[in-house]
Design a binder for this molecule. Structure first.
Ligand SMILES: NC(=O)c1ccc[n+]([C@@H]2O[C@H](COP(=O)([O-])OP(=O)(O)OC[C@H]3O[C@@H](n4cnc5c(N)ncnc54)[C@H](OP(=O)(O)O)[C@@H]3O)[C@@H](O)[C@H]2O)c1
Length: 301
């Protein structure tokens, strides 16, 4: 497993992040996927207060009893989504983190992400919460998820801390953030409306892009999708490199110079192990575009 130095933090972590959203119920031994990830060399774990109604963090909180050391892994969680609304009030940010720490059975988060933009977000109020969380040792670093560049520019000036990550949906099934590079040209009937400038902003400011749903939530990997243009290309390249199709889908994200960290969501130990091969290979520029065009189903402008 390739490791990288996480900008602004001093942490050296695995290039892949393990997403814990699907943990409970996947196996009778709920911690099996966590150990599969650790065995594959993944030491960065992504949570949210709402995953499994808190149950995902609770399952993870028992991992210390298996001998996992807190200082050997990076723990990230998120806050701000509530039933029917988003909430970045000081009170909610604080109480969400305290509850996550309790469920995770730890006294600090390495990284806290704001999960989705709260339309009523007041940057100074968020800043107050971040300062309180950092000075009390509850959270070391901060980031966001699903934020546009405009929102990052709105929030950042109020903060004492540098935002270290923006977690967005990104894969061969959801590639708007790459389409956003392209200026509409002749024969181009698809105008990107989402993902506007997110990668470009990250590249300019050094903020790490974490890609959630890197296997398209599973849809594009399933047997039914194998005949699609992107499914066929994944199979062809997997054969060429001698790795799994999942590894190729992740390698496509890893190839981009912005330094994407895929947040892998598989709970299947064999799939986790084979997906981890992604960091051993590097797609060529030609192969990267072949996959992109197969996914887009449309020529470049
Ligand atoms: N910030 C946000 O708003 C946000 C939103 C959603 C998720 N997330 C984070 O991102 C993480 C990953 O998201 P995700 O789970 O959607 O990621 P993903 O890795 O794209 O999808 C994982 C799903 O795909 C299935 N899958 C993979 N390969 C397959 C194959 N060949 N055949 C059949 N099924 C296959 C997996 O099943 P198996 O378990 O059987 O392998 C699993 O259900 C989450 O855990 C969470 O931490 C963040």
């Amino acid at each position: 497993m390739q490791t990288i130095r996480l900008p602004f933090t001093g942490y050296q972590t695995s290039r892949l992040i393990f997403g814990c959203m699907r943990l409970p119920g996947a196996y009778a031994d709920a911690r099996l996927p966590i150990h599969a990830a650790l065995e594959a060399g993944i030491d960065f774990f992504d949570h949210a207060d709402i995953y499994g109604g808190g149950n995902c963090e609770t399952v993870f909180g028992n991992v210390w009893a298996d001998g996992v050391r807190r200082d050997e892994i990076v723990l990230q969680s998120k806050c701000g989504i509530r039933p029917g609304r988003y909430d970045y009030s000081y009170e909610h940010i604080m109480s969400s983190v305290v509850a996550s720490l309790k469920r995770l059975q730890t006294d600090y988060l390495d990284i806290l992400l704001l999960h989705r933009p709260d339309l009523l977000m007041e940057p100074d109020e968020v800043a107050e919460a971040f300062d309180a969380l950092q000075s009390s040792g509850k959270v070391r670093y901060f980031g966001v998820s699903n934020f546009t560049p405009a929102l990052l520019d709105m929030l950042s000036p109020s903060l004492t801390q540098t935002l270290v990550a923006n977690q967005i949906q990104l894969s061969l099934a959801h590639y708007d953030a790459f389409d956003s590079y392209l200026v509409k040209g002749y024969g181009e009937d698809r105008t990107p409306t989402r993902g506007e400038g997110i990668i470009e902003y990250a590249m300019t400011n050094g903020i790490t892009i974490q890609a959630y749903g890197p296997l398209g939530g599973g849809g594009m990997m399933r047997a039914e999708a194998a005949e699609s243009p992107v499914g066929a290309k994944l199979t062809e390249l997997a054969g060429e490199y001698g790795v799994s199709r999942e590894a190729i889908a992740l390698a496509w994200l890893l190839r981009h110079p912005v330094g994407i960290m895929p947040v892998l969501g598989s709970m299947n130990p064999a799939r986790i192990a084979s997906a981890a091969q992604a960091t051993d290979i590097e797609l060529t520029r030609e192969q990267w575009y072949e996959l992109y065009l197969a996914a887009r189903g449309q020529r470049l402008p």
